[in-house]
Structure formats: structure tokens, C-alpha cells
Design a protein around this ligand. Structure first.
Ligand code: SAM
Length: 230
């Protein structure tokens, strides 16, 4: 499917411009990501600002990268597929479980969502909060703690995005999903999962499997016992 993607022609040079363009055209568009808003968000957001210094040269590679403490920033294709699936509309309230670097939260905010994001690892939560503030992202609240039971205080959410692997869909998250609302969540065992798109509309819940995937575990009350033994 041909698409002009005018945003790829930048008037001012930007860091890693060629790598970003290649990520958009080869890793995303050619593999079926066609929502131009998602492609533009991923072109504009500086992914190299969200990875540890040692991985900056690899920031736009076709793979997840380590964030430390056994956690990762997801592969660009998975971020794009999850973002396209939830079809963000300006003003949507979005709950993300698993802030990690803050990259996915930045993309949701760029698309106009008000984002609540929860990270279990305190140090990651602090550095994501600092990074997002430094980069000028407004409308993102980063919280530290177990997000596997959601965040009822701000519910309901038009969008719920779980970026860690769950053994099953936590019922608490389904309850906090607005009607209409869309949730993406990887569900399976600790090694292989299916990315599920769960849509709620007129009190009906529909589940569709998107891609097979491999995420780090969702650890907590609505997820797995602490597999790292911490
Ligand atoms: N979305 C992130 C990004 O854009 O960088 C990547 C997320 S990483 C694949 C998964 C994250 O989920 C890890 O940082 C991990 O600490 C976090 N996590 C695991 N269980 C959690 C829980 N119960 N509540 C909140 N965060 C959790």
C-alpha cells in the first residue's frame, strides 16, 4: 500500500534521521503498520533518548533493548502494532502497565491521550518521570508500584496497554476499561505469549489475537508471582 508519509521529509536535520526513516519504512510500514499518525509519532519521538547510553547507536534497530534490571524497551514493531491496535483518539484516558523507559507512554501522549503509567521498578519509574519531564511531555503521570490490578482512581480508561506478559487477563483491568474501550495485553506463559486486543462495546467484550510475542513478565497480584525471587 503506497502512502506519501510527508512527515519523513524534515526541514531541519534531526539526530538519527536516516535510522528513524528506515525504522518507519522497513520495520513498520512494510510489515503492515499503516496508521500514518502512529508512523509519524514513532518518527518524531527520539527513541535514542529512552535507551541506556551504551545502546544509543542501536536505538532504532529492529529489536528490544535492555534497560537494566532484566527489563527491556520493546522492539519498535511491537510498540507500533500495540499503538495502532488501540486506535488512540485525542482526549482518551490511557492506562499503561509497565512504564519501563517511558517510550510507549510518550507515543500515547504524542497522539493526544492523557496517560497514567505504572512501573513496578522504582528506579525505572523515577528515571522515566525525569526523562519525560526533560523532553517536555505533558499529560503523563508516572507512578511506582504494582499496576497489575490497574489504577481504579482514574478509571474508566478508553485505552489500557499492558506491556508485560500476563498469565491471563486480570479481571480488574477489564472492569476499568471504558465502554467503548480497547485493551492490548500479551497473554501466555513466561516464554511465549499472544498479543490480545480486547474491545468493549455496548457491554460486549470481544477478544482478537494479533501477533505472537515475547514480553518480560507482569509481576504482581494480577500477574505472576515474583519470578526474579526479589
Ligand atoms: N513500555 C515500556 C517502554 O516503553 O519502555 C517497556 C516495558 S518493559 C517490556 C515491561 C515493564 O513492565 C518492566 O519495566 C517491568 O518492570 C514492568 N512491570 C512488570 N510487572 C509490573 C507490574 N505489576 N506493575 C507495573 N509494572 C510492571
Amino acid at each position: 500500500m503506497a502512502m506519501p508519509m510527508p512527515f519523513l521529509t524534515t526541514t531541519e536535520p534531526i539526530p538519527f534521521e536516516n535510522e528513524r526513516r528506515e525504522m518507519i519504512t522497513v520495520q513498520l510500514h512494510r510489515r503492515g503498520i499503516h496508521d500514518e499518525r502512529v508512523l509519524e509519532a514513532m518518527f518524531r519521538i527520539p527513541r535514542h533518548e529512552f535507551v541506556p547510553a551504551a545502546f544509543v547507536p542501536a536505538a532504532y534497530d529492529d529489536r528490544p533493548l535492555p534497560l537494566g534490571a532484566a527489563e527491556t524497551i520493546s522492539q519498535p514493531y511491537i510498540v507500533a502494532a500495540m499503538t495502532e491496535a488501540v486506535n488512540v483518539q485525542p482526549g482518551d484516558h490511557a492506562l499503561e502497565i509497565g512504564t519501563g523507559s517511558g517510550y510507549q507512554a510518550a507515543i500515547l501522549a504524542y497522539l493526544g491521550a492523557r496517560v497514567y503509567t505504572i512501573e513496578r521498578n522504582q528506579l525505572l519509574a523515577i528515571s522515566a518521570r525525569e526523562r519525560l519531564a526533560r523532553l517536555g511531555f505533558a499529560g503523563i503521570e508516572v507512578m511506582a508500584g504494582d499496576g497489575s490490578m490497574g489504577y481504579p482512581v482514574q478509571a474508566p480508561y478508553q485505552i489500557i496497554m499492558v506491556t508485560a506478559a500476563a498469565p491471563a487477563v486480570p479481571p480488574a483491568l477489564l472492569e476499568q476499561l471504558a465502554d467503548p474501550g480497547r485493551m492490548v495485553i500479551p497473554v501466555g506463559d513466561l516464554y511465549h505469549q499472544d498479543l490480545l486486543l480486547i474491545s468493549k462495546q455496548e457491554n460486549q467484550v470481544r477478544t482478537r489475537a494479533l501477533d505472537p510475542c515475547q514480553f518480560v513478565p507482569l509481576i504482581g497480584k494480577g500477574g505472576w508471582q515474583d519470578v526474579y525471587g526479589q
